[in-house]
Design a protein around this ligand. Structure first.
Ligand SMILES: *Cc1c(COP(=O)(O)O)cnc(C)c1O
Length: 353
């Protein structure tokens, strides 16, 4: 850890990402392909590095949300691996889809028309809506165009589960039934499961799975290896007396003499304001409460009980996962990951070093 730096250090273990991909791959049968969802800059961890590590681990198919992300991933991977765009074929994306060999997942009759007219013969997939009501063709639309689409030879037909993180939700089986009704016998590779769907078991796996958050060590993949460590430098320490307050709105009041560390990192770095007075940072194995409000660039931490003043404190690490932090903030691990700030120095561990 370089003590002179005033920005936090985000350490991303690419070996753990690769291990998580392999572990998720092993949860489905050998003839089921495991793709990798790398949208939103690989959930905030840096798509260029992450996709190369995943390709090295054996991933051959990558999913992004929008074509611009696909362009970035193509640049990192070079020709070969398939890059699927879940937003489909938007007006204005044609050239990028063509030139960078992206595979749009077509979501609507408009997109189908656009794609087949603008880029006949160019690979595509189809997204079906099975109840989430977000993206994809509805049952009646699918019935109307399925013959034409199947004639054009889609690479994949996919849908997405709304409640896969809850194995007890009856919606999982409902969507599975609808997906089967819509696609049984079409003779095209199918995909329904993201991370949660993989954990629901083989009925949900079809030909291809699309894990995202599990690759990055997040719930609901309990068995995941930890990927992220976030260490924040201590800028200054001070003592406060009984009755003194700390931070904006004076929301924390010392109930005795205390030592407060001011740490670099705030809501502009993705440390959500709801963590105010509601989380801990760690000095090795020792928890230290976050006191007062999270401000834009700084947080304040009670370190009164530490024998020595630390140079940095961990807010994500061995004792506090991304999901633990999300729970303290009242959100989900996905939001914590994708909010990780641009100011952090991103340090990658690869090949065990
Ligand atoms: C984000 C997303 C995924 C990946 O989901 P995780 O829960 O992160 O595994 C897969 N498919 C679609 C359509 C998505 O939007």
């Amino acid at each position: 850890m370089k003590g002179a730096m005033a920005t936090g250090t985000l350490t991303i273990d690419l070996d753990a990402v690769a291990a998580n991909w392999r572990a998720l791959d092993h949860l489905s049968a050998p003839d089921v392909q495991t793709a990798a969802v790398v949208k939103a800059d690989a959930y905030g961890l840096g798509a260029a590095r992450v996709v190369r590590a995943l390709a090295q681990a054996g991933a051959r198919r990558f999913f992004v949300a929008v074509a611009e992300e696909g362009a970035m991933v193509r640049q990192a991977l070079g020709p070969g691996p398939q890059i699927a765009v879940m937003a489909g074929h938007m007006a204005g994306d044609t050239e990028m889809i063509h030139d960078l060999d992206l595979t749009p997942m077509l979501n609507s009759i408009d997109q189908i028309t656009r794609h087949l007219e603008a880029l006949p013969g160019h690979p595509f997939g189809v997204q079906l809506d099975t109840g989430m009501n977000r993206l994809g063709l509805e049952e009646a639309e699918w019935q109307a165009v399925a013959a034409i689409l199947l004639e054009a030879g889609p690479e994949l037909v996919m849908s997405h589960l709304a409640c896969a993180d809850d194995p007890d939700s009856p919606m999982n089986e409902e969507q599975l039934t609808i997906f089967r009704q819509m696609t049984d016998g079409i003779g095209v590779p199918r995909s329904l499961a993201a991370t949660g769907g993989i954990l629901l078991g083989p009925d949900y796996h079809f030909d291809l799975t699309r894990p995202g958050v599990g690759l990055y060590g997040g719930q609901p993949f309990e068995a995941a290896s930890r990927v992220v460590t976030l260490s924040l430098p201590v800028i200054q320490t001070r003592t406060v007396a009984l009755g003194e307050t700390v931070g904006y709105a004076a929301s924390w009041v010392a109930d005795g003499p205390a030592t407060i560390a001011t740490v670099s990192g705030g809501y502009a770095d993705g440390l959500l304001r709801t963590l105010s007075n509601a989380s801990v940072l760690w000095d090795g194995n020792t928890p230290c409460p976050l006191v007062g409000r999270v401000s834009m660039d700084l947080i304040t931490v009670d370190v009164s009980h530490l024998p020595d003043m630390p140079r940095y404190l961990d807010i994500i690490g061995p004792h506090q996962t991304v999901d633990d932090l999300a729970q303290a903030a009242g959100t989900i691990g996905y939001e914590v990951l994708t909010s990780l700030g641009r100011r952090y120095v991103r340090r990658y561990i690869e090949g065990g070093a």
